[in-house]
Design a protein around this ligand. Structure first.
Ligand SMILES: Nc1nc2c(c(=O)[nH]1)N[C@@H](CN(C=O)c1ccc(C(=O)N[C@@H](CCC(=O)O)C(=O)O)cc1)CN2
Ligand SMILES: [Mg+2]
Length: 291
């Protein structure tokens, strides 16, 4: 029997757990962890994600601070806002929704955020901490994938994990987390030869390639755990539909567990942002005590 991993239910559980810990944190320290979310422009998908982040922040008992900037905001104005948020003690986490409009630099904004407030885990300092096994703010999507994997498999040690995709946001941090869990990790990408055969050896297959239905049933080992990070909008019979990087229907009977799209990894990304905001507030408090 294949398990359909219910990301929405697990995300609800995580946010509930964060809410309990936030309540205890407030009680103990008289501090409410604050998450500042910055949205530039009005891209419909980004607007939905930001709305969900604000809603989840409220459920978690976090202080939600929202900044909506026009699509033609200058890089200097955006940098100035990030600088203000970096200096604001009531803000423990800063998230700038990506992608930014073309005239702005995603990388420049990522690097402008104070590493201590980098709840997306995209700053080079956070990436370096993760790779070197130090306490770190870990990118939310891979963190959500690891929580799902740990739920499905009590001991990941020695498993062969294949990650499809090498982005800084998913593929690379995912590989670091799997390595920390003592998996044998292979990353495959657009230049990899014989990608099907490598995927077929995976006990754990994580697809983060951004290509609809890229992974086919004959790429998957019987009993593998399949985590689908892709969220691709396609048109079927004239209607817009979301599909993953994995051919879910066809692969389902071959996997031991698999995430659907929608309702799999996506909701976990936002739940882990709540978790990271609490972690950032805890780290900042510990640093203040140590100073
Ligand atoms: N600053 C960031 N920007 C972006 C991130 C990020 O982690 N930080 N990730 C993505 C967008 N994203 C969160 O920001 C995100 C994407 C999708 C979902 C989600 O729950 N998707 C649903 C389907 C949504 C739909 O119906 O359209 C699902 O998979 O069930 C959550 C968060 C890029 N930008
Ligand atoms: Mg750009």
């Amino acid at each position: 029997m294949t398990i359909k991993i219910d990301g929405k239910a697990l995300a609800d559980e995580i946010v509930q757990g964060v809410a309990e810990k936030v309540a205890a944190f407030k009680e103990k320290h008289q501090i409410t962890p604050g998450l500042a979310v910055v949205l530039v422009g009005n891209d419909p998908a980004s607007s939905v994600y930001v709305r969900n982040k604000v809603k989840r922040s409220e459920q978690a008992g976090l202080n939600s601070i929202e900044h909506y900037l026009p699509a033609d905001v200058s890089q200097a104005e955006l940098d100035a806002l990030v600088d203000t948020l970096n200096k604001d003690d009531s803000v423990h986490g800063i998230l700038v929704q990506l992608p930014l409009p073309a005239h702005l630099s995603d990388q420049r904004v990522i690097e402008a955020i104070a590493p201590a407030k980098d709840v997306d885990g995209f700053h080079p300092v956070s990436a370096g901490r993760l790779v070197t096994g130090q306490p770190a703010l870990v990118p939310c999507t891979p963190l959500g994938c690891m929580i799902m994997l740990n739920r499905q498999c009590a001991d990941l040690s020695g498993k062969h994990a294949v990650v499809i995709g090498r982005s800084n946001i998913v593929g690379k941090p995912m590989s670091s987390l799997l390595l920390q869990a003592n998996c044998t990790v292979t990353i495959v990408h657009s230049r990899t030869k014989n990608i099907e055969a490598i995927c077929k050896e995976a006990d754990i297959l994580v697809a983060a390639v951004g290509k609809p239905l890229f992974v086919k049933p004959d790429w998957v080992k019987e009993g593998a755990i399949v985590i689908d990070v892709g969220i691709n909008a396609v048109e079927v019979d004239g209607k817009r539909k979301l599909v993953g990087d994995v051919d879910y229907e066809a692969i389902f009977p071959h996997a031991s567990a698999i995430t659907p799209v929608p309702g799999g990894v996506g909701p976990m990304t936002i739940a882990c942002l709540m978790q990271n905001t609490l972690t950032a507030a805890e780290f900042q408090l510990a640093d203040a005590v140590a100073e």
